[in-house]
Design a protein around this ligand. Structure first.
Ligand code: NAG
Ligand code: NAG
Ligand code: NAG
Length: 400
């Protein structure tokens, strides 16, 4: 018996040794390529490549080691597809070509055009295009008037990913949100170009919810809705080097509509530029609302060029239904606006309408210099229920 156990011990040690060699080696071996054209994808812009993409993904995902799904140059027609993990090694999805979404309305019944779920160490990059062909769908985005409206598909949906990267992709004319991040941890997004017309409905650039440790950098976002929106459960998020506009700005919220104890916290937005956007930096909460929290939010080193509402806190957000005269129950606290300069296209350059029931706490304004771009008059600050402090330049003055 003793010998048998001893033998087993040696075998298991050997297995562990071999495994650790394999793990050490993966890092240096070139990744194994899974070319979608070898799986039947045809780059003619017409033949549905969805099944070929899924088969290439399945083999790449099963591969023990680094793998790459490779989409060569050319235009591929792709229906709604979701690539699922977990995979056996780090996996990259390299888009060199252009992927075109369907325009047939029966494809609009899903919430995803291209999805990735339950993957660790995923990289999506390659310099290619995702063309959502949104113009065919925007007229169905009629939720203001039609209670049975459909949820149109997001161009890219990342759900339950960890340690992943997205970079060097151009997303154009999404039907709904361009990139939706849900329940992801440790994710880097950089060098993206996201565009849709300024009047296209609900085409948020990047929307983040229930996610932790996300960074977005060096990207250009021009859309018909928020450039970046951080909704419930967003925490530890850094945004730097983003050029936003046209669009509705970089927003925290809206918060407080659906669930109690929603929160957004530890958000850092730095070195960004807004061009002719509707809003610059915004925090919005519903009124009436459920109890929620927006805390530790910094907006720093930000230039506004002809922005309609450069700095805005709106605790009376209620765009659709007939709103009640009610106060928001979302606490906004520890908010820093520092080094924010440029021009406002309306007189009210600084607008903070906090909740009468729960005033904003510890709001700090440091070196604000926003000029009204119109002919007559100066920029104004309109603030109510805001507690905090100011230092350095304050133009417009008189908020706190
Ligand atoms: C955000 O920036 C801070 C300070 O530079 C850094 O410590 C932190 O790791 C960053 N977080 C992410 C998710 O990039
Ligand atoms: C600010 O962002 C721009 C890109 O928009 C980048 O070129 C520049 O290096 C950044 N500056 C700092 C100090 O991070
Ligand atoms: C806000 O930041 C402070 C100081 O960094 C920290 O002590 C506090 O826990 C943070 N609050 C939240 C809600 O994360």
């Amino acid at each position: 018996m003793g010998i048998k156990y001893g033998g087993f011990g040696i075998v298991s040690q050997l297995v562990i040794l071999l495994l650790s060699i394999a793990v050490a080696v993966y890092g240096d071996l070139p990744p194994k390529i899974f070319d979608v054209t070898k799986y039947g994808a045809v780059a003619n812009g017409k033949t549905d490549a969805s099944q070929a993409f899924l088969r290439a993904w399945r083999d790449a995902c099963r591969y023990y080691g680094r793998s790459r799904v490779w989409i060569p140059k050319g235009t591929y027609f792709v229906g709604s597809v979701t690539f699922e993990g977990p995979c056996n090694g780090p996996i990259a999805f390299l888009i060199k070509g252009t992927l075109k979404a369907p325009t047939n309305p029966q494809h609009f019944l899903t919430d995803t055009w291209i999805g990735f779920r339950y993957v660790d160490s995923l990289t999506v990059k390659g310099g290619g295009y995702l063309d959502g062909q949104g113009a065919s769908a925007w007229k169905f985005n009629n939720c203001h008037t039609n209670p049975q409206c459909r949820t149109l598909p997001a161009t890219l949906r990342f759900d339950f990913l960890t340690n992943s990267k997205l970079s060097h992709i151009r997303s154009i004319n999404s039907k709904n949100t361009h990139i939706n991040i849900f329940a992801c941890n440790f994710m880097e997004i950089s060098n993206m170009r996201i565009t849709a017309p300024s009047n296209s409905p609900n085409t948020d650039g990047i929307r983040i919810g229930s996610s932790n440790q996300i960074s977005i950098s060096d990207s250009v976002i021009q859309t018909g809705d928020d450039c970046i929106a951080m909704v419930s459960g967003s925490q530890n998020i850094n945004i730097t080097g983003v050029a936003c506009g046209p669009g509705h700005g970089i927003s925290v919220g809206s918060l407080g509509r659906n669930h109690e104890h929603e929160y957004v916290m530890n958000i850092n937005i730095r070195n960004c530029t807004f061009f002719a956007s509707d809003n610059g930096v915004r925090i919005k909460t519903w009124a009436p609302s459920l109890t929620s929290l927006a805390s530790n939010i910094t907006f720093q080193d930000i230039q506004m060029i002809n922005v309609r509402n450069p700095i805005i806190i709106d605790q009376q957000y209620c765009p659709y239904s007939t709103c009640l005269e009610a106060e928001s129950a979302v606490q906004i606290e520890n908010v820093l606006f520092k080094n924010i300069w440029g021009t406002s296209s309306t007189k009210v350059a600084l607008n903070m309408q906090c909740s009468g029931a729960l005033p904003c706490k510890n709001v700090n304004l440091i070196n604000i210099n926003l000029a009204y771009r119109g002919r007559r008059g100066h920029a104004l600050a309109l603030c109510s229920h805001v507690l905090g402090s100011t230092s350095g330049q304050q133009n417009p003055p008189g908020c706190l």
